[in-house]
Design a protein around this ligand. Structure first.
Ligand SMILES: Cc1cc2nc3c(=O)[nH]c(=O)nc-3n(C[C@H](O)[C@H](O)[C@H](O)COP(=O)(O)OP(=O)(O)OC[C@H]3O[C@@H](n4cnc5c(N)ncnc54)[C@H](O)[C@@H]3O)c2cc1C
Length: 297
């Protein structure tokens, strides 16, 4: 039997963005529903050490502390996935069989990493195999590092790692050929370039190298991979939302509101750097704006 229920705000996704928004709104005594499909990028981060006040914390720990904090202030947390959002006297949000209504919705459902199929990846992901230069470039310090990716961005990341963290950097171009000029620059800097398809990560506890599908092996101790991300926003697909030039990120104002009035979006769904502390700040901003509008002051 399906149910309906009304709230002041429905938040989709319990990452740092959704949780921070929930905590702020609940502390304004607002009725908040937080739809939480466990998992996501933060949940996979093994060690976050650039979040103010938490010298080192795993993503899973950050989320579990945040969920407790949100529930302490009365947020209704439902372990359900949002299926669809419709504009209907405010918003109607479908999750499983049930419909929930609110004048405001915050989409904070993050994105999923696009990764090639590589054997043994689970063992090394977020340990020696990284996907975010801002988050984990620091972890390549002094290590024989292989950058891999399918776009020109990998060239930039290779230079950046070489300047900041490790002199021993190589680049594996996957389904992408760089311009001659970039090739020359990389050569001048001593960055080796490979073309190929990664097949398997070699090494048990420590990473020893990458086997390519043609049998070659590239030795390395750390990998910085960049294959982009796909936003988790299927539930918004029927709304006419403005997106960036490549049609991926939602265009939002400084308060995180999208082109649909009352619908806010943050974190990896919107433009900008996807960092836990930035996303949390966006969550706070969206929540404060929503509270002001509810007050109609
Ligand atoms: C390996 C790794 C290491 C990282 N390290 C750092 C770091 O050191 N410092 C840092 O600042 N950042 C780090 N990040 C980035 C950080 O995790 C992101 O900036 C952060 O995830 C953005 O938060 P978010 O709330 O937008 O999304 P997420 O954390 O991805 O949370 C979104 C949540 O929404 C859920 N969801 C998705 N779809 C739905 C739906 N339809 N209904 C309900 N729920 C849904 C997801 O399952 C997830 O729980 C790291 C990321 C990775 C992958």
């Amino acid at each position: 039997m399906s149910k309906t229920a009304s709230f002041d705000c429905i938040i989709i996704g319990a990452g740092p963005g959704g949780l921070q928004a929930a905590i702020h709104l609940a502390r304004f005594n607002r009725r908040v529903l937080l739809l939480h499909r466990p998992g996501g990028r933060t949940a996979h981060a093994r060690h976050i050490e650039n979040f103010l006040g938490l010298p080192i914390v795993s993503g899973a720990e950050l989320i579990s502390i945040g969920l407790r904090q949100a529930e302490h202030f009365g947020v209704a947390v439902l372990r359900r996935q949002a299926i669809q959002v419709e504009v209907r006297e405010g918003f109607a949000v479908e999750a499983d069989e049930d419909m929930y209504h609110a004048p405001y919705v915050i989409a904070a459902s993050g994105a999923t990493e696009n990764l090639p199929k590589i054997a043994n990846l689970g063992r090394h992901f977020a340990r020696n195999f990284h996907t975010c230069f801002i988050c984990d470039g620091f972890r390549t310090m002094g290590k024989k590092t292989l950058v891999m990716g399918n776009s020109i961005n990998s060239v930039r990341v290779s230079f950046a790692i070489q300047r900041l963290f490790s002199k021993d950097v190589s680049l594996l171009c996957v389904d992408f050929t760089m311009g001659e000029e970039d090739g020359e620059l990389l050569k001048e800097e001593g960055i080796g370039v490979y073309q190929g398809v990664p097949h398997k990560l070699i090494g048990e506890k420590e990473l020893e190298g990458v086997a390519l599908s043609d049998g070659r092996i590239i030795p390395c101790q750390a990998i910085m991979a960049g294959f982009g991300m796909t936003p988790n926003d299927d539930y918004l697909k029927n709304l006419d939302l403005k997106r960036d030039a490549v049609g991926i990120h939602l265009i939002t104002g400084s308060d995180c509101e999208t082109s649909v009035s009352g619908l806010f979006a943050l974190g990896a769904l919107a433009e900008g750097h996807s960092q836990a502390i930035i996303t949390a700040g966006q969550g706070a901003m969206a929540a404060i704006e929503i509270n002001q509008r509810l007050l109609q002051l």
